[in-house]
Design a binder for this molecule. Structure first.
Ligand SMILES: Cc1cc2nc3c(=O)[nH]c(=O)nc-3n(C[C@H](O)[C@H](O)[C@H](O)COP(=O)(O)O)c2cc1C
Length: 196
């Protein structure tokens, strides 16, 4: 969604399922951020090939990841954004492998490039049928904290309930938490950038 070019928020949907609960939740956050004036973009990991980090550490020297797959365009969007949201369904009390591949590779490469995520605003959204939200949320927040990023709060922790695609639409508190998170993200970015 087009808003101020000075506030860019990227929402990464880490579900392998297109149009699922994670996508709905990330979209709620992005819509609320757009209403506050941000330009937003949603990126699905669905259909992308993003291999796991192989631990070669060559990025420390070359400042690039040698693995030739769909990672680089996603990483470049993360570098360009003022705010980064990572949404994941809970899979066995954890984020999905697609999300883990992104955080391992982006996290290592960003350090190699001189901590390029430092002082960006970030946060996570997680959705599950029943349990494992808090572990997964913490797993993702550890990434943002490690990167020296600033994490806004919301009206609750950023968790929601749903099983089948669309199930999360019944969790009004989860949706409102996602929206408040989007509003808070823009509130903080405006202040960091001296726009509000
Ligand atoms: C492999 C797999 C593991 C899952 N593990 C959990 C779990 O640990 N706890 C839980 O409550 N739900 C679990 N679920 C349910 C999903 O988190 C839930 O269906 C979620 O809404 C999927 O989000 P999506 O529609 O964005 O893909 C699991 C689903 C799958 C496919």
């Amino acid at each position: 969604m087009e808003g101020s070019p000075r506030i860019k928020i990227l929402g990464i949907v880490g579900s392998p399922r297109i149009g699922g609960n994670t996508e709905i939740l990330v979209n709620e956050t992005l819509k609320a951020a757009a209403d506050e004036g941000a330009t937003t973009e949603l990126v699905r990991l669905h259909g992308k090939e993003i291999k796991p980090c192989d631990g070669c550490r060559s990025c420390r020297k070359t400042k690039e990841c040698w693995i030739n797959d769909d990672f680089k365009p996603v990483f470049d969007k993360m570098v360009e954004a003022d705010g980064i949201i990572i949404g994941s369904p809970v899979y066995f009390s954890s984020a999905t492998p697609q999300v883990k591949a992104i955080i391992d590779r982006a996290g290592y490469l960003s350090i190699a490039k001189g901590r390029v995520f430092e002082n960006k605003v970030g946060g996570a959204l997680v959705v599950a049928r029943r349990a494992g939200h808090n572990f997964t949320l913490a797993e993702l927040l550890f990434f943002f904290l490690h990167q020296g990023m600033i994490i806004p709060g919301s009206s609750y922790w950023n968790v929601a309930f749903g099983r089948e695609p669309g199930g999360v639409l019944k969790d009004e508190e989860g949706l409102e938490t996602a929206r408040n998170f989007g509003r808070k993200m823009v509130w903080i970015i405006k202040r960091i950038k001296g726009l509000g």
